[in-house]
Design a protein around this ligand. Structure first.
Ligand code: F6P
Length: 319
């Protein structure tokens, strides 16, 4: 293999730039040429492909977002779109591809592999919803952003003696809500993996108020439903003054934490090792702090599970 390509796809996540840097530098270290593809699979189809040098990835390790831009691409879900992408890769003489993104991006990577094009996936998403890795790139940064926001919300919640509902991202996964709720001592954490009962939430809030508790924080994962609706229901059933904050895309931005930068560097570099080793259709990940790889097909067929023990603990600590 002489020439490889790299793209970022789907929702951006902090640390994607550190992963791009690792891919480019590790590839050049091994004597490969690297081409960057702008705007994910959309840019691949359109041939938005450029040569990258060592300097192309200078001064980006600390930056959020992705210097290769990103997109969600419906056309690449079609055979037609995939063929156009492979034509472009062939036209540029690219022999292997690294795809940095979430599960939607991995589906594209799997298709390329099935068409005989060697592709490796690097998990980059704030959702932490990919099986085969304990953490995805961007999760830690988003978690810290959420915690910073909840700390601030807590100040005003205490001052006004209010109930606050905070809706966090995560798509269908509850990791961001669970981890931030545990880290911030939230009274209640609602995640899609666990069915909730509104009467239990109301009882818990009332018990807290009887004990003299002046405020409460309820974290709602977006996969559970609308935080605004849940806030309205809580107000209706308790009469407590309730406010809702939907954190939104603030969770996707910002400079990556040290942890995300290190993870991105390790995973990006490993993707190159796999390509050089002649592997294809694999994703890299970290399990028990060891760098691992799994088949993308296998990872896509499984569900990333929440840590049930951690969930139980969050409940025990917020009685
Ligand atoms: O997958 C990352 C994510 O931020 C999810 O948490 C969220 O559901 C979704 O992307 C939002 O997508 P968009 O940026 O297209 O609004």
């Amino acid at each position: 293999m002489k020439r490889i390509g790299v793209l970022t796809s789907g929702g951006d996540s902090p640390g994607m730039n550190a992963a791009i840097r690792a891919v480019v530098r590790k590839a050049i270290f091994h004597g490969l040429e690297v081409y960057g593809i702008d705007q994910g699979y959309a840019g691949l189809i359109n041939g938005q492909i450029k040569k990258m040098e060592l300097g192309s990835v200078g001064d980006i390790i600390h930056r959020g977002g992705t210097v290769l831009y990103t997109a969600r691409c419906e056309e690449f879900k079609t055979l037609e779109g995939q063929k156009k992408g492979i034509e472009q890769l062939n036209k540029f003489g690219i022999e292997g591809l690294v795809v940095i993104g979430g599960d939607g991006s991995f589906q594209g990577a799997q298709k390329l592999t099935e068409h005989g094009f060697p592709t490796i996936g690097v998990p980059g998403t704030i959702d932490n919803d990919i099986a085969g890795t304990d953490y995805t790139i961007g999760f830690d940064t988003a978690l810290n952003t959420v915690i910073d926001a909840i700390d601030k919300i807590r100040d005003t919640a205490t001052s006004h003696e209010r109930t606050y509902v905070v809706e966090v991202m995560g798509r269908d996964a509850g990791d961001l809500a669970l981890w931030s709720g545990l880290a911030d001592g939230a009274e209640t954490i609602l995640i899609p993996e666990v069915t909730y009962n509104m009467n239990d939430i109301v009882d818990r809030l009332k018990r807290g108020a009887e004990r003299g508790k002046k405020h409460s924080i309820i974290i709602v994962a977006e996969g559970v439903g609308s935080g605004v609706d849940i806030g309205k229901e809580i107000h209706k059933k308790t009469g407590f003054e309730t406010r809702v904050t939907v954190l939104g895309h603030i969770q996707r931005g910002g400079s990556p934490t040290a942890s995300d930068r290190v993870l991105a560097s390790r995973l990006g570099a490993e993707a190159i090792e796999l390509l050089l080793d002649g592997q294809a259709g694999k994703m890299v990940g970290v399990e028990s702090n060891k760098i691992v790889s799994h088949s993308i097909e296998d990872a896509l067929s499984r569900k990333h599970e929440i840590d049930q023990e951690m969930y139980r603990l969050s409940q025990e600590l917020s009685i």
